[in-house]
Design a protein around this ligand. Sequence first.
Ligand code: ADP
Length: 433
Amino acid sequence: MSKLWQTELWRLLGVIFVSLIFGLVFESIAWSLAIGLLLYLVWQALQVRHLERWLDKDLTIPPYELEGIWHNLAYRIHQNRRRSRKRRKRMADVIRRFQKSTQALPDAAVVLTSNEEIEWINNAATRIIGITKHDVGQNINNLLRNPEFHDFLRQGDYSKHLEISSPLDENIALDVRIRPYGENQRLLVVRDITHIHRLMTMRHDLIANISHELRSPLTVILGYLEILLNAPADTDPQKLHEQIAKLQSPTTRIKTLVDDLLLLSRLDTTSNEEKNTIIDIPGLVQKVTDEAQHLSNGKHIIQCSIETDTHLFGIKDELHSAFINLINNAIHYTPEGKKIYIRWYLNKDDNTACFEVKDHGIGIAWGHLHRLTERFYRIDPGRSKATGGTGLGLSIVEQILRRHGADLHINSTPGRGSTFTCIFQPGWQRASQ
Ligand code: ADP
């Protein structure tokens, strides 16, 4: 028996003992006992009343008014309540933290009940799959109307993932994953993978383009090799030499292509954050102008105007490569006898430094302008190949400029000529000493 029950028993015995004494004194034991026990019962009833009132109140206050086993009972209820309040608070904190972290996720998160009803969503769910807070309680299948998704949800093999297009825009590719969660709940995580799709398409196109570019010169080389292998032993050495010489052009083409691809790959994968090498751009512009004269071989009127002494932070070989690429194009796409104008100047409006190549050549139709820097994009593939172009020149220029915090601006009118401007921001400039 617990100590409290013993105390209570002693209390009852005490009441009986006092009642007996009174009974002996007043010679009415039965009445005295009855009154004593009645008072004891009334006291107990008052305790129950106090307990009832205390239970109705805010249970954060301990049960001070109660006594004996009632106090103990109420105290235990009080302790249990306190413990469960703390547990609930901890749970609420965990849920709040979970919701906060899933809110911060860039992916859509949706909590589903066992009946596939939406229980909770994060903000990204509205942006990615168009489910709003008003849709909470609705069946997900009514909102994501996609048979593949429906089957995926039903089958319950959540080790796999599903790729579907967004209900908001079919060009947006989504990756859907489901994880069992809580009691028969499921957490749906939807990620926008359009950029990964795009990268895969780009990689596929790039491989197809490279294979296509290599195929033509390799076919030519194979053709000549076959002729050489089948040539009779007494073939005139002069004729043999002529055949071998014909291998030079397709081989050079392959080498140029591989060199350009390697350069692009290096530009793509290395960073250029060092701004500590100062490049003498006026000197470089003079150098590329001399090279332009050499490349044109007197067929064009090449003029150069260096209007500022401004130097740039950067990598000299890369800037040389970008400038000479633009000049090369100007020479290739400008008829003989026309003017090509090379300029280095400061734009007073926005303090940018500009390297400009202006030609009076064939020009470019407006619709092509935004695609010119795509790898292997050519307006006239036949003409480009005839000039030895790989279709990579402007991609290389753009990539080099990006590494120097600069932009390429193209202005062109078909039949009148084009202007290519490399625009360097003030942060990359350095006034000459
Ligand atoms: P390519 O090696 O074919 O010259 P680029 O990337 O340098 O490759 O140029 C892409 C395309 O842009 C060229 O095929 C050509 O059609 C067009 N282009 C580039 N520069 C000029 C220019 N100065 N005038 C006219 N068209 C140009």
